[in-house]
Ligand binder design. Structure first.
Ligand SMILES: [Zn+2]
Ligand SMILES: [Zn+2]
Length: 186
């Protein structure tokens, strides 16, 4: 028997599942870290948590944030930093004033400074204590990694290249290799 999302939510309530259980059963984790809501959705794409509670609390992302952090202050709204309104990952959300939220919405960047798209595949997430969760461009990160790896490439005396990180470390510590000859022409 196939249940509609609304019926499933009703059933959850009858079975007295906790909000946590109900939330966990209703999303899949995408590669970019978004918790994509798989339950019912409102026409604007926001996840619909269940049949009970106030209209505000039926929004799945608000329920998820509340389960993590507690009640949302009345004058504040939740901003999806990932711009995916059906995402219920509290780490991808921030409570802000309505004013900030609409300003952000208008000016949301869709690509990085190098023109790579901030789409599902290319958007990574990192966290630091000071600034919280921030998105980054995966393509740029890849290029940076590559450039760093290249930095660790050594010319051997026979003219070949060496990419052994252990060798890099040992040579870095033992500074005698610094006298090795680099090619004079490039
Ligand atoms: Zn997300
Ligand atoms: Zn980029």
């Amino acid at each position: 028997m196939d249940l509609t999302p609304e019926q499933e939510a009703q059933l959850d309530v009858l079975m007295e599942k906790t909000p946590e259980q109900r939330l966990r059963a209703r999303y899949t984790v995408l590669e970019n870290g978004c918790w994509e809501w798989t339950g019912g959705k409102f026409s604007n794409g926001y996840g619909q948590f269940g049949p009970l509670g106030s209209a505000k609390n039926q929004l799945a992302h608000r329920v998820s944030w509340t389960l993590r952090h507690g009640p949302i202050p009345d004058d504040l709204v939740i901003d999806h930093l990932c711009r995916n309104v059906s995402c219920v990952n509290p780490d991808h959300m921030e409570v802000v004033t309505q004013k900030i939220n609409s300003r952000r919405g208008r000016g949301a960047k869709t690509e990085c400074i190098h023109g790579h798209p901030y789409d599902e595949e290319n958007t990574g997430w990192k966290h630091d204590k000071k600034r919280g969760w921030r998105r980054y461009c995966r393509a740029c990160a890849r290029e940076t990694r590559r450039a760093k790896a290249k930095d660790k490439t050594f010319l051997r005396s026979d003219g070949g290249e060496e990419r052994d990180p252990a060798l890099y470390e040992s040579r870095r510590k033992d500074r005698s290799h610094l006298t090795r000859e680099w090619p004079t022409t490039f």
